[in-house]
Design a protein around this ligand. Sequence first.
Ligand code: AMP
Length: 249
Amino acid sequence: MKILVPVKRVVDYNVKVRVKPDQTGVDLANVKMSMNPFCEIAVEEAIRLKEKGVAEEIIVVSIGPAQAQETIRTALAMGADRGILIQTDDAVEPLAVAKLLKAVVDEESPEIVLLGKQAIDGDNNQTGQMLAALLDWPQGTFASEVEIADGKAKVTREIDGGLQTLSLTLPAVVTTDLRLNEPRYASLPNIMKAKRKPIDTKAPADYGVDTAPRLSVLKVTEPPKREAGIKVESVAELVDKLKNEAGVI
Ligand code: AMP
């Protein structure tokens, strides 16, 4: 069984993002970029399925600039087998990403596509769902547990106030939630080995997909600055301020 894992290169989750002065987006100059954390969880889950003997091959695919190759290398160093870089310097919206992934699925015929539930830059939470619709495959989103047996994927999903367990007939799309696993660090020997693993470089046009944007970002703004707090002398003063200044009680 082949597993396809789409991985996105995003601003590292530790970076405090700065909005560009003209409010057109986020400043990416000299900013540390990393693999989207939910994609890392997807790579880890695919590797665990391979270690259990469920999967034979893990293919990672990234759509992005030339530097997205580093993201693919990270996945290869963790344990994926080969990579596909669909190179573009344009911002690619979830529908176009899903169309490109569908084209890769048509070529590679994986049994499972394991994606992150969301990329932490755009916070779209759309690609997995759109891909499942384009492929007409069942989907298990926000997975906190995945078991594969007898041509089915048992996916436990984190939903409001509890868990839901689904049985999906393969092939299927699964998206990962935070508690699915803790991704491993790549060891130095594996980082060296990953340098020799193959990465195929393609362009969106090779798959006949038009990546022209359908949305335009009107503006991006910083969250409002938090005002400094104050210290009160007594409970009575606190209650008075909550009632008469904050108006919350
Ligand atoms: P989103 O729908 O943008 O929040 O992204 C959800 C998931 O789709 C990510 O965690 C990735 O697995 C996949 N994905 C989104 N954009 C890309 C991309 N440019 N390249 C590869 N995978 C992507």
